[in-house]
Design a protein around this ligand. Sequence first.
Ligand SMILES: *[C@@H]1O[C@H](CO)[C@@H](O)[C@H](O)[C@H]1NC(C)=O
Length: 495
Amino acid sequence: MALKEIALALVALLGSAALGDALRCNCTNCEKTGYECETDGACMASTYYIQGKEQHVRICINRDNLVPPGQPFYCLSAEGLLNTHCCYLDYCNSIEVPVPTKDWSGSGSSWGPVELVAVIAGPVFLLCVLLMVGVFLFQYHQRAYSHRQRLEVEDPSCDHLYLAKDKTLQDLIYDMSTSGSGSGLPLFVQRTVARTIVLQEIIGKGRFGEVWRGKWRGGDVAVKIFSSREERSWFREAEIYQTIMLRHENILGFIAADNKDNGTWTQLWLVSDYHEHGSLFDYLNRYSVTIEGMIKLALSAASGLAHLHMEILGTQGKPGIAHRDLKSKNILVKKNGMCAIADLGLAVRHESITDTIDIAPNQRVGTKRYMAPEVLDETINMKHFDSFKCADIYALGLVYWEIARRCNAGGIHEEYQLPYYDLVPSDPSIEEMRKLVCDQKLRPNVPNWWQSYESLRVMGKIMRECWYANGAARLTALRIKKTLSQLSVEEDVKM
Ligand SMILES: *[C@@H]1O[C@H](CO)[C@@H](O)[C@H](O)[C@H]1NC(C)=O
């Protein structure tokens, strides 16, 4: 399993780009695969002399053997002995590397045994020294950047430092966010935390696996356990949560990702903050909310979504992220009555420099009931990142409708219902949703009596502006956040 873990670490190092094609090279000793090999590193071609014979070798060099970076040992030439060429394009090592400069094949060589020893031992000695320096530098480099890399550096001394007995998770996360990485705990700390969690009870089930409440040093944590079939989802969600600068009070706090191999299968864990209220869906089913409670929920959800959507430029910046599966079941309610957006497994990130999206977005993911009209009828422009943000806003509008119905104003409130509860069956098909939302252009009902309460009137107006058929016409998360902030001031809501 170690290989698998290294592979995972490498994929993480390379970012999602590595999920794409591997490099193909010519390979002189790969009869089985048609003298070809695949690698995540480099192609190498080398010519050298052994016992007076010219040898040609073409091989793949895996990325983890490309050390030290910039001048890998495997790519070095040694004058008179070995001529090596590394390259990074498909079949680029198909070339003939010129023979080493000094003539070793000639039988009339004037080299005596002493010179021979000197010439061979010299470069070998140099290579050894280089290797040692290189390994040292590499390890040093690794340690310095271990917090950003997913390599498994299990250094007990560092572990000790981070995990001093009296530290709580809050302390750890605080240490981490002030030490500048801003994306998550160092990997070995994540692992140590994950492996000392005691699972308590199951609190949910989903298509990916199960969610458990666990204990770590007396505090509660939530553990999402993916089935081994869902390795990609686990990896993707961990990857998104570790996006630099993602931490925000209205986005579920990520603690650790761990893949535990117990011999027969791999357990994939994602550890996060635990919120006892559970999802917004559970919360609204159980309680009605006051006007103040409604504004808190709505404003905090908008703040979380605005942060997710926002691109922050600079080295300590964050890419824009679209959620793609926003719904009341994927939003958690914190003790203080605010929301935390969760379940980022389907999210996409925007790479603004190249104006591309970091994974190939498949057409229709997410929950059918919450799909925006352009997603349902497949007219969404997937090349344009903003389209995904607009689809999120449509779903946010539906969540607002769920919240507002439960708002207790003047003694009236309605029972909890899912959006479109009165128009589609419990597990609607895409076709049913499309007819309703695209063809008939129906939307959830905004009752007239909401007009008599300023907050409900504002909420109703926001919803309508989230539900336009034309995605580009919808409000932005930032706009909604501003409108609700203003409302919270007017209504004297303490956030
Ligand atoms: C390298 O591989 C390519 C593709 O399989 C092949 O066409 C080419 O002849 C190979 N080159 C050498 C020198 O073997």
